[in-house]
Design a protein around this ligand. Structure first.
Ligand code: GLC
Length: 593
């Protein structure tokens, strides 16, 4: 394994036993003879979408005091790191990914004192905090952009990407991720500015050293306040070619081949690493929309500037010929091959996620709403037994599902609304009804509906009117019920967290895929020195009997399964001594001797 090759003798001598949750908040690396131990490799991350987590002041919007109120819950789940989506000052055109002041907290979420209290309270519990870093663009209401658009001579003008345009109009055919062209004409300065997202999110000009300086100072400022790292928004998009070539018009995101992993990206990220990241014992995870396993090392390989990255290969498996607009059926062998490629061919450390605030709920996408609990726990087993650092998105640990959105008016998601509106304007569709099922499946609002705490009004999320509707299933699916039920999705996550803590092979072990072509069973082993775990996952709504090469069921000791304890097992093997029979969405983790 790549990790083994990067140990220094000193690290080998300071071998220590891993106990991330109980560990002091001292950071630093621990090491053993076998693996390059690092706290963030052993951690489990919980992603909080603050707007939808817990509201304490009754305005229908989650807030920072609301997160503080629920820290016992996070402790109980057993997570080690919390990532919070942006809580900075913002006009909220893209839910806070349009920042107007990088060093201020939006009053809807609380005050800087609240944020400091959050950090302190997390650290008291040994939980680390990572913040969202959004530096591909700012809000158009950021001071820099307000100055920049005053005149071409303004000292901030060059903080953004301007172009006089061509005879036909915009400088290139590049499109915005949210629909329509990526260029907006500004009457005052008489030029176009680039916005790869909403027109209220102008792209920063990373060519300008002053911009980079400002960003590094801002990052340092947050590190000095005590944060433990950053999740870096669309970090592969920072560098744009200055000759502004047109993009291939058949691409869903026109121009991505030019601005995804652009000409100076390596230089910017290594500068950021040397100037800021290298000075702190931190975790960095880059969101990289354009990166495949072949270019991943340049970002987060053993010598890369970042620690991990979020690639998009599994969350675009269901994209059809017209990308976001078409849903394609995928099969299990394809799904396995994506994960296996990243497990085996990427030299860096994987960030493992199945959903986040930009994706549908996993039961509705990779699982089966008709088998909600079993498919949620199967996917949990998968996520927590792969090699890498698992990221759990709020509500995933309850088995939450998509929301039945009915009209455009119910949606807040800038991507869904923008795409639909641009398609209507371009006469591609006539109205929302034509694409309702698709939007219902895809919209990012599916994961942004309020967290379901109890069966009380608004699922206990707020005493006011929630900013997005609460999923109608909240009386059945909520924290109160899940905590009380020993067979719940929540309690299964807790068991998995504990299992991972006890079994080093589940963290550091080598991944080996078995039965690559099996249409229903996803099977793999995780091996570390003389320890080996076998994971069997039945991705099907029916019973499946399977023979696993070189494994006799009687020699396998069940460590955890989502159908109950080992006592249930004899009857499940149907008397076959050479095969395993798994029930619908059954997941099992075995120890092999
Ligand atoms: C990232 C964020 C997404 C946001 C976009 C623009 O993909 O995760 O929520 O809309 O970047 O900042």
């Amino acid at each position: 394994m790549a990790d083994d090759q990067h140990q220094t003798p000193t690290e080998q001598q300071t071998a220590g036993h891993r106990s991330p949750h109980a560990e002091e908040h001292t950071g630093g690396q621990q090491s053993s003879m076998a693996v390059d131990r690092t706290w963030w490799k052993e951690a489990i991350v919980y992603q909080i979408y603050p707007r939808s987590f817990n509201d304490t002041d009754g305005d229908g919007i989650g807030d920072i005091p609301g997160i503080i109120e629920k820290l016992d819950y996070l402790d109980e789940l057993g997570v080690d790191i919390v990532w919070i989506n942006p809580v900075y000052e913002s006009p909220l055109a893209d839910a806070g990914y349009d920042i107007s002041d990088y060093r201020a907290i939006h009053p809807q979420y609380g005050t800087m004192a609240d944020w400091e209290r959050l950090l302190e309270s997390l650290h008291e519990r040994g939980i680390r905090l990572i913040m969202d870093l959004v530096v591909n663009h700012t809000s158009d209401e950021h001071f820099w952009f307000r100055q920049a658009r005053k005149s071409c001579d303004n000292e901030y003008h060059d903080y953004y990407i301007w172009h006089p345009g061509t005879e036909e109009g915009p400088p290139t055919n590049w499109t915005s991720a949210f629909g329509g062209p990526a260029w907006e004409y500004d009457e005052v300065v008489g030029k176009y500015y680039l916005h790869l997202f909403d027109e209220k999110q102008p792209d920063l000009n990373w060519e300008n050293p002053e911009v980079r300086e400002e960003i590094y100072e801002m990052m340092t400022w947050w590190f000095e306040k005590g944060i433990d790292g950053f999740r870096m928004d669309v970090i592969d998009l920072l560098s744009k070619p200055r000759d502004f070539p047109d993009g291939d018009p058949s691409q869903e995101w026109v121009g991505i081949e030019h601005f995804g992993g652009g000409p100076r990206i390596d230089e910017y990220l290594s500068e950021m690493h040397d100037r800021v990241l290298d000075k702190y014992d931190c975790l960095t995870v880059g969101e990289t929309v354009s990166v495949g396993v072949d270019d991943a090392d340049q970002y987060a390989g053993p010598a890369g500037p970042l620690d991990m990255l979020f690639h998009f290969e599994h969350v675009t498996l269901d994209y059809g010929k017209q990308g976001w607009w078409t849903v394609r059926d995928w099969d299990l062998p394809e799904f396995k091959s994506v994960f296996t490629r990243w497990q085996n061919q990427f030299d860096g450390w994987n960030a493992l996620y199945l959903t986040n605030h930009d994706q549908p709920r996993i039961v509705s996408r990779f699982g089966d709403e008709a088998h909600r609990r079993k498919s949620a726990t199967l996917l949990a087993t998968f996520l927590l037994t792969l090699r890498g650092t698992p990221f759990i998105y709020q509500g995933q640990e309850l088995g939450m599902t998509n929301y039945p959105f009915d009209s455009l008016a119910e949606l807040h998601d800038a991507q869904a609304v923008g795409n639909v509106q641009s398609a209507i304007e371009a006469d591609v569709i006539e109205n929302f009804e034509e694409v309702r099922d698709l939007v219902r499946y895809r919209t990012r609002d599916n994961t942004r509906t309020p967290m379901q705490w109890s069966g009380e009004a608004n699922a206990g999320f707020t005493t006011g009117d929630p900013w997005l509707p609460v999923n109608p299933d909240y009386e059945k699916v909520n924290v109160e019920r899940e905590r009380a039920d020993p067979d719940s999705v929540f309690n299964f996550y807790r068991d998995l967290v504990a299992l991972r803590d006890e079994h080093d092979e589940l963290v550091y072990g080598e991944y080996h895929l078995l039965l690559p072509d099996h249409e229903r069973i996803y099977a793999y082993t995780r091996t570390l020195e003389d320890r080996c775990a076998l994971v069997l996952l039945n991705f099907a709504a029916g019973k499946t009997t399977v023979t696993v090469p070189d494994v006799t069921p009687s020699a396998a000791e069940l460590l955890l399964g989502n159908y109950g304890t080992p006592a249930d097992l004899p009857g499940t093997q149907c008397g076959h001594h050479d095969s395993f029979t798994l029930r619908p969405y059954e997941a099992r983790v075995y120890r092999l001797d």
